[in-house]
Design a protein around this ligand. Structure first.
Ligand code: AMP
Ligand code: MN
Ligand code: MN
Ligand code: MN
Length: 307
């Protein structure tokens, strides 16, 4: 892994940092193979990336081989589906030592939960006219990976029941709709515990994307910090700078570190690896200053004899 000089704090420089700690591959609902995601990151000049597929680390080995070839620093990761206050909350685990300890059985229960949830989603979508919903979603997935709501969304589009993916989520799969099935996911604090036990850093994913009031978002951050969560995504894709500054205050108040990521899923959309709003000047330290990550991302020369 190359020697890296990562900034110790955010200075408000609008130039991209070349760091993206939230991306998806075909190991979950992304369009590119893990190796292709890494190659794209390398071609876009990123120095540090994390692959964070939903509820799995299945893409990490392939990504690591590609990262070694391209000379880019890869942090193994995952994005866990959890429940808090009746909402589906995502927690990114940055895993310098990979999946270990309680996270290993945790990921097994997540895979089972995804399977059971897919059956419930399928039964509900059959009621709105999608016959053989499970088989059709499986066909859309095109592999044996665990099914996600985007597979059902594409099945609804293919069957002509909705015009596009956006409408599939608005009508049938999004927050509060019939296909938004949360009951199978672990509580937020349990999932955070798995990440901590694996030697990882727990990052609250995209806290601005749940439509919460500022007060409720504060309660979520309180619960996350109380569970042992160490960071939150200050930047997720593109967002309003005023809202970002306000979120930074909320992180600062709770001693949470700041992470950032594109949440890249597929090429051709408005997001690419490393593309996101600039981080404003803030006292909130970057997540890579956490001791659990610093050792992996800033190796001493003795660990890198070839450099
Ligand atoms: P799941 O992990 O199976 O619960 O599915 C959630 C995933 O669906 C998210 O990670 C996104 O990739 C995708 N998604 C959620 N909402 C939308 C939306 N409105 N339009 C398109 N994709 C969405
Ligand atoms: Mn996704
Ligand atoms: Mn997410
Ligand atoms: Mn994501």
């Amino acid at each position: 892994m190359p020697m890296l000089e990562l900034p110790a704090r955010f200075t408000g420089d609008p130039a991209p940092l070349g760091i993206d700690l939230h991306m998806h591959s075909t190991a979950s609902d992304g369009a590119l193979s893990p190796a292709a995601v890494v190659a794209l990151c390398a071609s876009r000049g990123l120095s540090v990336m994390a692959l964070t597929d939903h509820d799995t680390v299945a893409g990490i080995d392939e990504a690591q081989r590609a990262a070694d070839e391209h000379g880019i620093a890869l942090l193994p990761g995952t994005e866990l589906s959890t429940r808090w206050s009746g909402i589906n909350i995502h927690v990114v685990g940055l895993l310098p030592q990979g999946a270990q300890g309680a996270l290993v059985p945790g990921l097994e229960t997540q895979a089972e939960a995804r399977e059971r949830r897919a059956e419930v989603i399928a039964a509900r979508l059959e009621k709105v006219g999608l016959a053989d919903a499970l088989a059709r979603a499986r066909e859309q997935a095109g592999s044996s990976r665990p099914l996600g709501r985007p597979d059902f969304a594409r099945a609804l589009v293919a069957a002509g029941l909705v015009t596009d993916i956006g409408q599939a989520f608005r009508k049938h799969l999004g927050n509060g709709k019939a296909g938004d099935v949360k009951a199978h996911w672990p509580a937020l604090d349990e999932a955070v515990g798995w990440i901590l036990d694996a030697g990882g850093v727990a990052v609250l994913a995209h806290p601005l994307r749940h439509g919460l009031t500022r007060r409720k978002r504060g309660l979520l951050l309180d619960a996350f910090a109380a569970a042992g969560g160490q960071a939150a995504e200050l930047i997720s894709g593109f967002q309003n700078p005023d809202v970002t500054r306000d979120l930074a205050r909320q992180l600062d108040e709770r001693g949470l570190l700041a992470s950032l990521g594109s949440d890249f899923h597929f090429p051709g959309g408005h997001l690419a690896p490393g593309s996101m709003s600039a981080v404003p000047r803030t006292a909130v330290p970057p997540v890579w200053t956490h001791p659990r990550l610093a050792s992996r991302l800033q190796p001493s020369r003795s660990q890198c004899p070839v450099l």
